[in-house]
Design a protein around this ligand. Structure first.
Ligand SMILES: *[C@@H]1O[C@H](CO)[C@@H](O)[C@H](O)[C@H]1NC(C)=O
Ligand SMILES: *[C@@H]1O[C@H](CO)[C@@H](O)[C@H](O)[C@H]1NC(C)=O
Length: 224
């Protein structure tokens, strides 16, 4: 009788221990990926600049809202929301698979990261802009493929973004603007993924996980 009791307590302790290991592992796994609905910053790993936009229009090319790159980490114009491409859905909190088409919506202005056959202002590459209406609806020029070699878009590994319509890769050009956006880096589309400055890593952000309703609820908050 006594023996059985001891045995069942030992079993219970083992089960509780195993459950806690499993849930810790799940917790860690959830934090490894960029998920649908996440709001994040994107750092160009070579230039150490964050993808940025703001209510400043290009004075050349399309005249659309400009996209640049900045050094500071705490600028709220550097937040991007990971959304499915138009017509698709993705489960909020679901990890984004490599080679998925997505949209990146600039949180502050609600416009989407966009590109098209216009010439960029400084280096003469392909222009990258922000485009769309107040509801965040633009056109096919807003679709980008997340290019990576793993199963999913990992937070600790740089990815590339290939523009669906034109096949160009999102890149920094290494050139910087003068006034009124003095010191900000030019962002362009380049034809080769092996070109310089095409690597982007997820940074400070709100990463939503399965079962969470909105990015600002219950999200893991890392030095935003
Ligand atoms: C972003 O920052 C600016 C000033 O730095 C502030 O005026 C503005 O309210 C902020 N916007 C949001 C959405 O936090
Ligand atoms: C891209 O976006 C547009 C609308 O924004 C959509 O109609 C189109 O089917 C999308 N997909 C591809 C692969 O271009």
């Amino acid at each position: 009788m006594e023996n059985t009791k001891i045995l069942s307590i030992a079993t219970l302790v083992t089960v509780v221990f195993l459950i806690s290991i499993i849930s810790e592992k799940t917790e860690a796994a959830k934090n490894e990926f960029v998920t649908c609905g996440s709001i994040l910053k994107l750092i160009n790993t070579d230039l150490k600049l964050r993808l940025h936009s703001h209510d400043v229009k290009y004075g050349s090319g399309s005249g659309q809202q400009s996209v640049t790159a900045v050094e500071v980490s705490d600028d709220n114009n550097s937040h991007w929301l990971v959304r499915p491409m138009t017509g698709e859905t993705c489960k909020r909190g679901a990890p984004i698979k490599c080679n998925t088409n997505i949209r990146l919506q600039h949180v502050a202005t609600k416009k989407n990261l966009h590109s098209h056959f216009f010439t960029s202002p400084l280096s003469g590459n392909q222009e990258v802009s922000c485009y769309g209406d107040d509801e965040g609806e633009g056109d096919s020029g807003d679709n980008w493929t997340v290019v990576c070699n793993n199963d999913y878009w990992r937070r600790d590994t740089p990815v590339k973004f290939r523009h669906v319509d034109t096949g160009s890769y999102l890149a920094g050009s290494g050139r910087t603007f003068g006034r009124p956006i003095n010191g900000q880096g030019e962002i362009v589309g380049v034809s080769s993924q092996y070109g310089a400055y095409t690597d982007w890593q997820a940074s400070e952000g709100l990463f939503v996980h399965p079962g969470e309703l909105l990015p600002h609820q219950h999200a893991v908050h890392t030095e935003l």
